[in-house]
Write a protein that binds this ligand. Structure first.
Ligand code: ZN
Ligand code: ZN
Length: 269
């Protein structure tokens, strides 16, 4: 009798078998560094370990970056991405952005941290380099206020938190989007690009932020140039990152600060 009463209680109190956040299967053993997802899912993450294109960080051969005139109109030094944007990563990001799976946040942030460390070690060159590459501040591609209200969070900002933690650099909220640039299929490529160029601007407090970065920088080195890392979820054509970089560089130039832009995205399509 007492057994019949207690059995359901025991079942309730027993630790539940965790399920993989990504595939939903029961997990017997979690993957190292990613306790929320199963080993099979972690094994399928298409990390970009050695980018084939040194400019945009693509994992496959890249004709885009060598086209004449492209280098001159690029405003960031280079991009690196954590993973290739394959169907699985597309699914994860869709769950995260559009289906409210915010539980993915810490996973993506750890992935960004890992990608940042890989980027820093690649750009620093051989171990114990005289001046290892590091970033002075991390920022992110903004959403328009209406898009932000609709989604409730800016995925680029959440990703940037992971990168900034790994970089031990301040995360600065400095760019703003004056309008949406995505729903413009009726426009020509040229119109879209010129539209996008004016879609990003610096927030009013930008000058103060740059001065703070610079004063922090001076304590580290005499060199008067700051390196800013820009974060977004997916690098597709690179034009969003390019125009955000341009806005940041122009603001720095206006303030007499020399700056260099780098970008890091979660995925490279
Ligand atoms: Zn799984
Ligand atoms: Zn490229």
């Amino acid at each position: 009798m007492i057994e019949r009463i207690l059995a359901p209680l025991h079942a309730l109190l027993a630790p539940p078998i965790p399920t993989c956040l990504a595939c939903g299967k029961r997990m017997t053993k979690a993957a190292q560094g990613y306790p929320e997802i199963c080993r099979a899912c972690v094994a399928q993450i298409p990390w970009i370990i050695r980018p084939r294109c040194a400019v945009c960080g693509r994992s496959i051969g890249c004709p885009d970056c060598t086209r004449p005139g492209v280098a001159a109109s690029r405003h960031f030094a280079c991009n690196r991405s954590a993973v290739a944007y394959d169907p699985l990563m597309r699914e994860w990001l869709a769950q995260y952005k559009y289906r409210g799976r915010e539980a993915f946040t810490p996973i993506f942030q750890r992935m960004m941290g890992q990608a940042y460390k890989r980027m820093a070690s690649e750009l620093s060159g051989p171990p114990h380099a005289v001046s290892p590459w590091h970033i002075d501040a991390v920022t992110y591609v903004p959403l328009s206020p209406s898009r932000l209200r609709e989604r409730g969070f800016n995925q680029a900002e959440l990703l940037a938190i992971g990168a900034a933690a790994a970089a031990k650099a301040p995360l600065i909220d400095i760019l703003e989007r004056t309008r949406d640039t995505q729903k413009q299929s009726s426009k020509t490529r040229r119109e879209r690009l010129s539209d996008m160029k004016s879609a990003f601007q610096l927030q009013p407090h930008a000058a103060d932020v740059f001065q703070q970065i610079l004063s922090r920088r001076r304590t580290l080195s005499k060199k008067n140039e700051i390196k800013i890392l820009l974060i977004d979820d997916v690098y597709t054509t690179g034009s969003t990152l390019n125009y955000c970089s341009l806005a940041l560089l122009q603001a720095c130039t206006d303030l007499g600060i020399s700056a260099q832009m780098y970008s890091l995205t979660w995925a490279r399509s």
